[in-house]
Design a binder for this molecule. Structure first.
Ligand code: GTP
Ligand code: MG
Ligand code: ZN
Length: 296
Protein backbone atom coordinates (compact mmCIF):
# COMPACT_ATOMS: atom_id res chain seq x y z
CA UNK A 1 0.00 0.00 0.00
CA UNK A 2 1.17 3.52 -0.76
CA UNK A 3 0.09 6.94 0.45
CA UNK A 4 -0.49 9.86 -1.87
CA UNK A 5 -2.51 12.91 -2.71
CA UNK A 6 -5.25 13.26 -5.31
CA UNK A 7 -4.04 15.87 -7.80
CA UNK A 8 -6.76 15.46 -10.43
CA UNK A 9 -10.25 13.95 -10.46
CA UNK A 10 -12.21 13.29 -13.63
CA UNK A 11 -14.83 10.81 -14.75
CA UNK A 12 -14.29 8.35 -11.92
CA UNK A 13 -10.50 8.35 -12.35
CA UNK A 14 -8.11 9.96 -9.89
CA UNK A 15 -4.51 10.92 -10.48
CA UNK A 16 -2.64 10.28 -7.26
CA UNK A 17 0.89 11.51 -6.59
CA UNK A 18 2.91 9.52 -4.07
CA UNK A 19 5.58 10.95 -1.75
CA UNK A 20 8.35 10.43 -4.32
CA UNK A 21 6.47 12.26 -7.08
CA UNK A 22 5.28 9.18 -8.97
CA UNK A 23 1.82 9.58 -10.47
CA UNK A 24 -0.74 6.77 -10.49
CA UNK A 25 -4.03 6.55 -12.32
CA UNK A 26 -6.46 5.24 -9.76
CA UNK A 27 -10.02 4.12 -9.34
CA UNK A 28 -11.78 4.07 -5.99
CA UNK A 29 -12.63 0.80 -4.25
CA UNK A 30 -16.36 0.07 -4.53
CA UNK A 31 -16.97 0.46 -0.80
CA UNK A 32 -15.53 3.97 -0.93
CA UNK A 33 -17.83 4.98 -3.75
CA UNK A 34 -20.86 3.91 -1.76
CA UNK A 35 -19.84 6.14 1.15
CA UNK A 36 -21.33 9.60 1.39
CA UNK A 37 -18.01 11.32 0.93
CA UNK A 38 -16.75 11.76 -2.61
CA UNK A 39 -13.06 11.97 -3.41
CA UNK A 40 -11.77 15.41 -4.33
CA UNK A 41 -8.47 17.02 -5.26
CA UNK A 42 -6.25 17.42 -2.21
CA UNK A 43 -7.54 14.28 -0.50
CA UNK A 44 -4.82 12.15 1.09
CA UNK A 45 -5.39 8.54 0.22
CA UNK A 46 -4.02 5.06 0.76
CA UNK A 47 -3.88 3.07 -2.46
CA UNK A 48 -2.81 -0.31 -3.76
CA UNK A 49 -0.56 0.11 -6.80
CA UNK A 50 -0.63 -2.21 -9.78
CA UNK A 51 1.74 -2.22 -12.75
CA UNK A 52 0.91 0.28 -15.43
CA UNK A 53 0.38 -0.37 -19.09
CA UNK A 54 0.68 3.35 -19.87
CA UNK A 55 3.91 5.30 -20.18
CA UNK A 56 2.22 8.41 -18.75
CA UNK A 57 1.93 6.96 -15.27
CA UNK A 58 4.22 5.23 -12.76
CA UNK A 59 1.40 2.77 -12.28
CA UNK A 60 -2.28 2.25 -11.87
CA UNK A 61 -3.97 1.76 -8.56
CA UNK A 62 -7.02 1.27 -6.43
CA UNK A 63 -7.79 3.78 -3.67
CA UNK A 64 -8.65 1.89 -0.49
CA UNK A 65 -8.98 4.65 2.08
CA UNK A 66 -9.36 8.41 2.38
CA UNK A 67 -7.54 9.96 5.34
CA UNK A 68 -9.39 12.55 7.45
CA UNK A 69 -9.50 16.05 5.94
CA UNK A 70 -8.17 19.16 7.67
CA UNK A 71 -10.66 21.23 5.74
CA UNK A 72 -12.64 21.13 2.55
CA UNK A 73 -14.28 23.66 0.27
CA UNK A 74 -17.46 22.72 -1.59
CA UNK A 75 -16.67 25.05 -4.45
CA UNK A 76 -14.17 24.79 -5.94
CA UNK A 77 -14.10 21.23 -4.57
CA UNK A 78 -10.75 20.85 -2.85
CA UNK A 79 -9.47 19.48 0.46
CA UNK A 80 -6.51 20.06 2.76
CA UNK A 81 -5.35 23.45 1.53
CA UNK A 82 -3.66 26.04 3.74
CA UNK A 83 -4.96 29.11 2.02
CA UNK A 84 -7.67 30.37 -0.26
CA UNK A 85 -6.70 33.04 -2.77
CA UNK A 86 -9.70 34.78 -4.28
CA UNK A 87 -8.87 36.24 -7.69
CA UNK A 88 -11.02 38.99 -9.16
CA UNK A 89 -10.32 41.25 -12.09
CA UNK A 90 -11.17 44.92 -11.66
CA UNK A 91 -12.23 45.20 -15.30
CA UNK A 92 -13.19 42.85 -18.12
CA UNK A 93 -14.87 41.17 -16.28
CA UNK A 94 -15.61 43.73 -13.57
CA UNK A 95 -15.27 42.79 -9.93
CA UNK A 96 -18.04 40.92 -8.12
CA UNK A 97 -17.49 42.44 -4.66
CA UNK A 98 -20.20 40.37 -3.02
CA UNK A 99 -18.72 37.12 -4.33
CA UNK A 100 -15.46 38.08 -2.58
CA UNK A 101 -17.34 38.34 0.74
CA UNK A 102 -19.08 35.06 0.00
CA UNK A 103 -15.75 33.29 -0.52
CA UNK A 104 -14.49 34.95 2.67
CA UNK A 105 -17.39 33.46 4.66
CA UNK A 106 -16.52 30.00 3.35
CA UNK A 107 -12.85 30.53 4.21
CA UNK A 108 -13.79 31.58 7.75
CA UNK A 109 -16.05 28.55 8.11
CA UNK A 110 -13.26 26.20 7.06
CA UNK A 111 -10.62 28.08 9.05
CA UNK A 112 -8.62 28.85 5.94
CA UNK A 113 -6.35 31.83 5.67
CA UNK A 114 -7.51 34.17 2.91
CA UNK A 115 -5.76 36.43 0.44
CA UNK A 116 -7.61 38.61 -2.05
CA UNK A 117 -5.96 39.34 -5.35
CA UNK A 118 -7.34 42.06 -7.64
CA UNK A 119 -5.98 41.45 -11.14
CA UNK A 120 -5.87 43.29 -14.49
CA UNK A 121 -4.87 46.60 -12.90
CA UNK A 122 -3.27 47.47 -16.27
CA UNK A 123 -6.77 47.99 -17.72
CA UNK A 124 -7.59 50.85 -15.33
CA UNK A 125 -6.45 54.46 -15.34
CA UNK A 126 -5.05 55.84 -12.10
CA UNK A 127 -8.35 57.68 -11.55
CA UNK A 128 -10.42 54.55 -12.08
CA UNK A 129 -8.23 52.64 -9.65
CA UNK A 130 -8.54 55.46 -7.14
CA UNK A 131 -12.28 55.30 -7.31
CA UNK A 132 -12.20 51.62 -6.32
CA UNK A 133 -9.77 52.03 -3.41
CA UNK A 134 -12.56 52.23 -0.83
CA UNK A 135 -14.01 48.92 -1.89
CA UNK A 136 -10.63 47.25 -2.42
CA UNK A 137 -9.66 48.11 1.16
CA UNK A 138 -13.04 47.27 2.69
CA UNK A 139 -12.15 43.65 3.38
CA UNK A 140 -10.38 42.81 6.64
CA UNK A 141 -7.97 40.54 4.78
CA UNK A 142 -4.63 41.00 3.03
CA UNK A 143 -5.01 42.27 -0.53
CA UNK A 144 -2.63 42.31 -3.47
CA UNK A 145 -3.00 44.14 -6.76
CA UNK A 146 -1.65 42.34 -9.79
CA UNK A 147 -1.32 42.51 -13.55
CA UNK A 148 -0.15 39.60 -15.63
CA UNK A 149 0.46 42.16 -18.43
CA UNK A 150 2.66 44.67 -16.60
CA UNK A 151 4.04 42.16 -14.10
CA UNK A 152 2.77 44.19 -11.15
CA UNK A 153 2.50 42.14 -7.97
CA UNK A 154 3.64 38.87 -9.56
CA UNK A 155 6.67 38.51 -7.28
CA UNK A 156 4.47 39.27 -4.30
CA UNK A 157 1.99 36.60 -5.38
CA UNK A 158 4.83 34.14 -5.94
CA UNK A 159 6.15 34.76 -2.44
CA UNK A 160 2.67 34.16 -1.02
CA UNK A 161 2.39 30.83 -2.86
CA UNK A 162 5.77 29.44 -1.82
CA UNK A 163 5.93 26.79 0.85
CA UNK A 164 2.22 26.13 1.33
CA UNK A 165 -0.76 24.76 -0.52
CA UNK A 166 -3.10 27.40 -1.92
CA UNK A 167 -6.24 27.22 -3.99
CA UNK A 168 -7.09 29.92 -6.52
CA UNK A 169 -10.77 30.66 -6.90
CA UNK A 170 -12.84 33.19 -8.80
CA UNK A 171 -15.05 33.73 -11.86
CA UNK A 172 -14.06 32.63 -15.34
CA UNK A 173 -11.79 35.02 -17.23
CA UNK A 174 -10.31 36.90 -14.27
CA UNK A 175 -6.84 35.49 -15.03
CA UNK A 176 -6.29 32.66 -12.56
CA UNK A 177 -4.40 30.43 -15.00
CA UNK A 178 -2.61 33.40 -16.60
CA UNK A 179 -1.31 34.51 -13.19
CA UNK A 180 -0.03 31.02 -12.46
CA UNK A 181 1.75 30.94 -15.81
CA UNK A 182 3.38 34.27 -14.88
CA UNK A 183 4.50 32.90 -11.54
CA UNK A 184 5.85 29.72 -13.13
CA UNK A 185 6.04 29.79 -16.94
CA UNK A 186 6.74 26.04 -17.09
CA UNK A 187 3.18 25.26 -16.05
CA UNK A 188 1.88 25.97 -19.58
CA UNK A 189 -1.70 26.27 -18.38
CA UNK A 190 -4.30 26.87 -21.05
CA UNK A 191 -5.85 30.33 -20.93
CA UNK A 192 -8.84 31.76 -22.76
CA UNK A 193 -10.17 35.08 -23.90
CA UNK A 194 -12.97 37.14 -22.42
CA UNK A 195 -16.04 37.53 -24.60
CA UNK A 196 -16.32 41.11 -25.88
CA UNK A 197 -20.07 40.91 -26.01
CA UNK A 198 -20.99 39.50 -22.63
CA UNK A 199 -17.75 40.46 -20.84
CA UNK A 200 -17.39 37.03 -19.35
CA UNK A 201 -14.77 34.31 -19.49
CA UNK A 202 -15.20 31.18 -21.58
CA UNK A 203 -14.62 28.57 -18.87
CA UNK A 204 -11.24 27.58 -20.23
CA UNK A 205 -10.03 25.64 -17.20
CA UNK A 206 -12.27 22.59 -16.96
CA UNK A 207 -10.68 20.66 -14.12
CA UNK A 208 -9.46 21.23 -10.62
CA UNK A 209 -5.77 20.34 -10.59
CA UNK A 210 -3.06 20.47 -7.99
CA UNK A 211 0.25 21.76 -9.36
CA UNK A 212 3.68 21.57 -7.75
CA UNK A 213 5.72 24.76 -7.48
CA UNK A 214 9.46 24.82 -8.19
CA UNK A 215 10.19 26.93 -5.13
CA UNK A 216 8.26 24.61 -2.82
CA UNK A 217 4.58 24.38 -2.12
CA UNK A 218 1.70 23.72 -4.43
CA UNK A 219 -1.28 25.48 -5.92
CA UNK A 220 -4.67 24.36 -7.13
CA UNK A 221 -5.99 25.90 -10.35
CA UNK A 222 -9.77 25.68 -10.65
CA UNK A 223 -12.55 26.36 -13.16
CA UNK A 224 -14.28 29.72 -12.80
CA UNK A 225 -17.72 29.98 -11.20
CA UNK A 226 -20.27 32.70 -10.66
CA UNK A 227 -22.73 31.09 -8.28
CA UNK A 228 -21.80 30.01 -4.82
CA UNK A 229 -24.43 28.78 -2.39
CA UNK A 230 -24.07 28.53 1.33
CA UNK A 231 -24.89 25.29 3.01
CA UNK A 232 -24.39 23.97 6.52
CA UNK A 233 -24.39 27.53 7.86
CA UNK A 234 -26.92 28.63 10.50
CA UNK A 235 -27.93 32.32 10.48
CA UNK A 236 -26.59 32.67 14.06
CA UNK A 237 -23.13 31.61 12.87
CA UNK A 238 -22.83 34.33 10.25
CA UNK A 239 -21.62 37.21 12.50
CA UNK A 240 -18.71 34.98 13.54
CA UNK A 241 -17.62 34.79 9.91
CA UNK A 242 -17.21 38.58 9.66
CA UNK A 243 -13.93 39.25 11.52
CA UNK A 244 -14.56 43.01 11.70
CA UNK A 245 -17.49 42.33 14.07
CA UNK A 246 -15.37 40.34 16.47
CA UNK A 247 -14.10 42.96 18.88
CA UNK A 248 -17.35 44.95 18.72
CA UNK A 249 -19.91 42.25 19.35
CA UNK A 250 -18.80 41.72 22.93
CA UNK A 251 -20.29 45.16 23.62
CA UNK A 252 -23.71 44.46 22.08
CA UNK A 253 -26.65 44.41 24.51
CA UNK A 254 -27.52 40.86 23.55
CA UNK A 255 -24.95 38.13 23.43
CA UNK A 256 -26.59 36.61 20.32
CA UNK A 257 -27.06 40.00 18.63
CA UNK A 258 -27.33 39.71 14.85
CA UNK A 259 -26.57 43.43 14.45
CA UNK A 260 -29.75 44.23 12.54
CA UNK A 261 -32.44 45.93 14.67
CA UNK A 262 -31.50 44.88 18.18
CA UNK A 263 -31.30 47.62 20.83
CA UNK A 264 -27.85 48.48 22.20
CA UNK A 265 -26.03 46.98 19.24
CA UNK A 266 -22.36 47.96 19.27
CA UNK A 267 -21.74 47.00 15.65
CA UNK A 268 -24.27 49.17 13.79
CA UNK A 269 -23.03 52.53 15.13
CA UNK A 270 -19.64 51.71 13.59
CA UNK A 271 -21.13 51.69 10.10
CA UNK A 272 -19.13 54.07 7.94
CA UNK A 273 -16.53 54.40 10.70
CA UNK A 274 -14.53 51.23 11.41
CA UNK A 275 -17.10 49.17 9.52
CA UNK A 276 -17.23 49.37 5.72
CA UNK A 277 -20.85 49.91 4.53
CA UNK A 278 -20.29 47.52 1.62
CA UNK A 279 -19.33 44.69 3.96
CA UNK A 280 -22.37 45.33 6.15
CA UNK A 281 -24.58 45.26 3.04
CA UNK A 282 -23.09 41.87 2.11
CA UNK A 283 -23.66 40.66 5.66
CA UNK A 284 -27.34 41.68 5.61
CA UNK A 285 -27.84 40.08 2.20
CA UNK A 286 -26.30 36.79 3.35
CA UNK A 287 -28.29 36.80 6.58
CA UNK A 288 -31.56 37.17 4.67
CA UNK A 289 -30.49 34.39 2.34
CA UNK A 290 -29.74 32.07 5.28
CA UNK A 291 -33.05 32.98 6.94
CA UNK A 292 -34.89 32.06 3.74
CA UNK A 293 -32.99 28.77 3.53
CA UNK A 294 -33.90 27.96 7.12
CA UNK A 295 -37.57 28.70 6.49
CA UNK A 296 -37.68 26.00 3.81
N1 GTP B 1 -5.19 42.97 -19.52
C1 GTP B 1 -5.01 41.88 -18.79
N2 GTP B 1 -5.47 40.70 -19.23
C2 GTP B 1 -5.27 39.61 -18.45
C3 GTP B 1 -4.58 39.67 -17.22
N3 GTP B 1 -4.57 38.43 -16.69
C4 GTP B 1 -5.21 37.63 -17.55
N4 GTP B 1 -5.63 38.34 -18.62
C5 GTP B 1 -6.39 37.82 -19.79
O1 GTP B 1 -7.68 37.38 -19.34
C6 GTP B 1 -8.14 36.29 -20.15
C7 GTP B 1 -8.58 35.14 -19.28
O2 GTP B 1 -7.48 34.60 -18.58
P1 GTP B 1 -7.47 33.13 -17.96
O3 GTP B 1 -6.17 32.99 -17.25
O4 GTP B 1 -7.82 32.11 -18.96
O5 GTP B 1 -8.66 33.26 -16.89
P2 GTP B 1 -9.13 32.17 -15.81
O6 GTP B 1 -9.47 32.92 -14.58
O7 GTP B 1 -8.14 31.08 -15.70
O8 GTP B 1 -10.50 31.65 -16.47
P3 GTP B 1 -11.19 30.17 -16.39
O9 GTP B 1 -10.13 29.14 -16.60
O10 GTP B 1 -12.20 30.20 -17.50
O11 GTP B 1 -11.84 30.10 -15.04
C8 GTP B 1 -6.96 35.95 -21.09
O12 GTP B 1 -7.21 36.56 -22.33
C9 GTP B 1 -5.77 36.60 -20.41
O13 GTP B 1 -4.75 36.96 -21.31
C10 GTP B 1 -4.09 40.94 -16.79
O14 GTP B 1 -3.49 41.11 -15.74
N5 GTP B 1 -4.34 42.00 -17.61
MG1 MG C 1 -8.20 29.07 -16.00
ZN1 ZN D 1 -24.96 43.90 17.61
Amino acid sequence: MLQGKVIKAAGGFFTVRDQTGGEYLCRARGALKKGRQSLIVGDRVVFEPVKSSSADYAGEGVIEEVLPRNNCLPRPPVANVDRLIVIMSLKNPGCDWQLVSRMAVLAEKENLSLLICFNKTDLLTADELNELTGRINAYPYPVILTSAVSGKGINHLKAQLTGQCSVLAGPSGVGKSTLLNSVQPGLFLQTGTVSEKIKRGRHTTRQVSLLSLEEGGSVVDTPGFTRLDFFDIEPEQLPGFFPEFETLQGYCGFRDCLHINEPNCAVKPELGKTLAPMRYEHYKYFLEELDRQEAH
